[in-house]
Design a protein around this ligand. Structure first.
Ligand code: HEC
Ligand code: HEC
Length: 569
């Protein structure tokens, strides 16, 4: 009797979101049709991890997926990371603590108080210079390209800077649990082997050996939003590619190069260690992208000696398929399910402090956070939050009033994916525009019921004391998995050298980078050292610490202080 009342009380006391729980009990989604293409999962993950971190994949031979996703799965750079459509900020602007939050109220607890400052700046990620693709050169990471004029927001006088994304880079960790990826969910859960949008009927199909001859076959994998996502940046002329590069050309280039040939790989890397060259760079002589593809995929997708379209080897032609499926497989290993919160939910009552437990109460109570950030994944956009019919949860994409709708419409009418919140302390700045630097600022945002009218009954001001709000922040920090915080397996990784802004010769004055691209501004690169399975001795720096220079003395990893020479193309 007593027990029954208690259950009713709980049900009424909580907001209606999915029950919060440990992520350990949730199975990682897999495309059920995978075995049609894949014969060795281990080799598939090796291929995916090598490609994801390999700077040679970018047209300039210096840009990898990891260039924007190296820090707890997200970006951690300070300069030339912002773009301002209204051009109120200078090109190449370094971010400072004083710039945040982007919208400032006289009374932070009251959305109707006077607005002291507002900015439509977006904190994104630097990608590539705008250049036209001419061709690849076998055995060389840098492709041949030509300068091409850019929009004013990426020009400083006559010089071009690396272009910057208009949205903030979300983490790839736990992204495998999202039914749809990207802030607007445009990475389809059906992977067609070629496109982000997933339209099997509109693609030419992959090349497959059937009865001794090459044939075309449409690809249609489900639960594969990460594969659909991955084929986007590779040819995107803002993120990784010169304008006009094609998949077979990218395939031909990568098949001619030593995997990770410019980067050190730890011999105890949890995935690539056994293949690592050791003292030198990249993987051993016996390992090539061809050997990894041959090990990972069914022969029907690479064994033909006949040319496709009279021009490309089958293995080059199908490169987008290999790329998408291997990237998905690697990112599916990036599951962080061992935070103190998980241990608490699995029965270790001492895993959360009293303050954090009060924060948890607010999260599920007056804060109403779990309405959209519920379940083990802390997002209603997960597979487990879907309804019986398999459709998206109504809280998967929501309008929360971060910016006016006409600045970025998101999925529709200003709705964006309800982000997963695990490891959130490490992935600032926050929201699709990167407009809040700290979790305190995010909590204040919700406390006042958003910055712009969200037109959403689930986002409204709530009563809470300063102590309670601090508890909520403390709770959010308990969602950090130490393996992420110290770059330990499976979050360990090869070395990386990332472009970290352009060299200024005077305030706002950039220097020319010289041949072969006289129009591109000179730049600085920062070293992200390789981490083996045991990770770093010190924790990753947070974005707030980066802004304040905390940890620059070596007490934080990825403090962005150690320059590396501009990588040889
Ligand atoms: C130039 C920086 C940059 C590069 C390079 C880049 N990304 Fe991203 N990534 C972003 C940004 C920005 C977004 C958000 C874009 C959006 O939602 O509109 C994003 C989104 C994602 C997401 C979606 C996560 C989520 O929760 O929705 C995944 C997964 C991802 N990227 C993986 C990759 C992979 C794989 C590659 C390489 C093939 C890659 N990224 C290359 C900047 C980058
Ligand atoms: C109505 C749904 C909804 C509610 C309620 C809600 N959120 Fe969110 N949350 C979202 C959406 C949607 C986004 C992405 C918004 C954007 O960037 O435009 C988001 C983003 C965030 C982010 C930033 C994630 C990132 O990676 O940048 C944090 C942190 C966060 N929410 C915490 C909270 C907390 C704490 C609460 C409770 C006080 C809360 N949310 C309540 C839907 C919601």
């Amino acid at each position: 009797m007593l027990c029954k009342h208690w259950i009713i009380f709980l049900a009424v006391g909580l907001a209606e979101g999915q029950q919060l729980r440990s992520l350990k009990a949730v199975a990682t989604p897999v495309p059920p049709q995978l075995n049609t293409y894949v014969r060795n999962q281990e080799a598939l993950v090796q291929l995916g991890k090598a490609l994801f971190w390999d700077m040679q994949t970018g047209s300039d031979g210096r840009t990898a997926c990891a260039t924007c996703h190296f820090h707890a799965g997200a970006d951690h750079r300070l300069q030339n990371q912002a773009v301002d459509p209204n051009r109120a900020f200078a090109v190449n602007v370094p971010l400072t603590a004083q710039m945040f939050p982007l919208r400032v109220f006289a009374n932070p607890a009251n959305r109707n108080s006077e607005v002291l400052r507002d900015s439509s700046l977006r904190i994104g990620s630097a990608g590539l210079f705008r250049r036209k693709f001419v061709d690849i050169v076998a055995g060389q990471a840098a492709e041949i390209g030509e300068d091409s004029l850019d929009k004013p927001e990426f020009m400083a006088g006559e010089l071009q800077v690396r272009r910057v994304t208009v949205r903030n880079t979300p983490t790839v960790i736990n992204a495998v649990f999202n039914v749809l990826n990207f802030w607007d969910g445009r990475a389809n859960q059906i992977f067609d082997g070629f496109t982000v949008e997933g339209r099997p009927e509109a693609t030419p199909g992959v090349a497959v050996m059937r009865d001794g001859a090459l044939a075309r076959e449409q690809v249609r994998l489900t639960n594969a939003s990460l594969a659909s996502q991955a084929v986007g940046p590779a040819l995107d002329h803002l993120e990784m590619s010169y304008e006009g590069r094609t998949w077979p050309k990218l395939g031909r280039k990568m098949l001619s190069l030593r995997p990770l040939g410019l980067q050190k790989v730890a011999t105890d890397d949890s995935v690539l260690g056994p293949l690592a060259e050791g003292e030198g760079r990249g993987l051993q002589d016996r390992v090539s992208y061809l050997s990894l593809i041959q090990e990972a995929f069914q022969p029907a997708y690479w064994e033909s000696t006949e040319l496709v379209d009279g021009e490309y080897r089958q293995v080059e032609y199908n490169f987008a398929l290999f790329w998408g499926l291997s990237m998905q497989a690697y990112q599916a290993t990036l599951v962080s399910n061992d935070s103190r919160f998980d241990r608490f939910m699995d029965g270790d009552r001492s895993a959360l402090s009293a303050e954090e437990q009060q924060g948890l109460q607010l999260f599920q109570g007056a804060g109403n956070c779990n309405e959209c950030h519920g379940g083990a994944e802390f997002t209603a956009a997960s597979f487990t939050a879907r309804g019986n019919g398999g459709g998206l949860n109504v809280h998967a994409f929501q309008r929360t009033g971060v910016r006016p709708v006409d600045e970025d419409g998101g999925r529709a009418n200003g709705t964006f994916k309800s982000s997963g919140l695990r490891n959130i302390e490490l992935t600032g700045p926050y929201f699709h525009n990167g407009g809040q630097a700290t979790l305190e600022q995010v909590v204040e945002f919700y406390h006042r019921g958003a910055d712009f009218n969200p037109n959403n009954n689930d986002i409204r001001p709530f009563n809470a004391s300063a102590t309670q709000l601090a508890g909520l922040v403390a709770f959010l920090k308990s969602l950090t998995d130490d393996r992420v915080k110290y770059d330990r397996a499976p979050f360990d990784h090869p070395e990386l050298c990332v472009p970290a802004g352009h060299v200024e010769t005077g305030p706002g004055l950039l220097a020319a980078g010289g041949d072969p691209f006289p129009r591109s501004a000179a730049e600085r690169f920062v070293s992200i050292p390789a981490a083996g399975a045991g990770g770093h001795a010190v924790p990753l720096q947070t974005f707030e610490e980066l802004l304040q220079g905390v940890g620059a003395d070596g007490s934080r990893a990825h403090a962005m202080k150690e320059e590396c020479p501009v990588p040889l193309p």
